[in-house]
Design a protein around this ligand. Structure first.
Ligand SMILES: [Zn+2]
Length: 275
């Protein structure tokens, strides 16, 4: 008898069928284009498998077959014009990845490399605009069926991506930290409950940086995270893995009166396969 207990990832149901719909960034209706998340240039594009985070736990991983792509993790959720807009910042994401990779290799391979804190120049506006754009695009293609409505969490992010530099100044904080894993995580919306406080957040993690967007002044972020201000000229990345248990999703200890809730089709993990 064959093994009939393998399920197909829910990503199949949430991936694009006809390629038309509302852009999840500018809300225009028309042909949708594929957005690579992580963007091209910041990872080596290979055969990739996608699945939901809820299908990637120790208990669920081997029971679910993921969605395969020959050329990277893709989402057909944005219009051509928004895709072009994100590609401007993708150059900056790629430059940072290419500059940091040899520095990180040197740190882990050389016994004489003592300083774990690395500093690199960044064009924060370009970088942040593109990272937030990819957070918005890495979602269920079902979202493209309806025009987006004004929402306190997502609308400022959309306006920021479309060019308003001040759109998120009063609504969102951004944090980042060193992320040393091969698997990529995009979680567009996570509700985090901490001792009576509920906070909405979004996470986009791919080597070598985890990028977290949270509601302003809610104070929920990992202890090792650094806050990114739009005026920053440098990134500071601590390569020491002293907080190793809390680097990946959900990145904080879920003890006591803490929990998180996800809309699972919005929280996706992808990873290179067959290498
Ligand atoms: Zn658009």
């Amino acid at each position: 008898m064959g093994n009939f207990s393998i399920n197909i990832s829910k990503r199949f149901a949430h991936s694009s069928k006809n390629g038309r719909g509302y852009c999840v960034i500018c809300s225009s209706y028309g042909d949708l284009s594929f957005d690579h998340v992580p963007p091209q240039g910041s990872v080596i594009i290979t055969k990739t498998e996608q699945r939901l985070i809820t299908e990637s736990t120790v208990d669920t991983f081997h029971k679910v077959k993921g969605l395969m792509s020959k050329n990277g993790s893709k989402f057909r959720t944005i219009c051509k014009s928004c895709n072009g807009l994100l590609s401007l910042g993708d150059n900056e994401i790629a430059r940072i990845y290419q500059s940091l990779t040899p520095v990180i290799r040197q740190y882990f391979e050389s016994p004489f490399e003592l300083y774990s804190l690395k500093k690199i120049r960044i064009d924060t506006k370009k970088y942040t605009r593109s990272m937030i754009g990819h957070i918005l695009s890495a979602t269920s293609e079902e979202e493209c069926k309806a025009e987006s409505i004004e929402a306190p969490y997502f609308s400022p992010l959309q306006r920021f991506v479309l060019g308003d530099d001040n759109a998120i100044a009063d609504t969102h904080d951004i944090y980042y930290w060193f992320y040393p894993f091969r698997r990529h995580i995009s979680a567009k919306m996570v509700g985090f409950y901490n001792n009576g406080h509920l906070c909405t957040m979004s996470l986009l993690s791919f080597f070598p940086i985890a990028f977290l967007v949270v509601e302003k002044n809610k104070g929920i972020y990992p202890a090792h995270a650094k806050r990114l201000e739009i005026t920053d000229e440098f990134l500071f990345l601590d390569l020491s893995l002293s907080n190793h248990a809390y680097i990946t999703f959900p990145f904080v200890e879920l003890t006591g009166n803490r929990m998180y809730a996800v809309k699972d089709e919005l929280c996706i993990v992808s990873y290179p396969v067959g290498q």
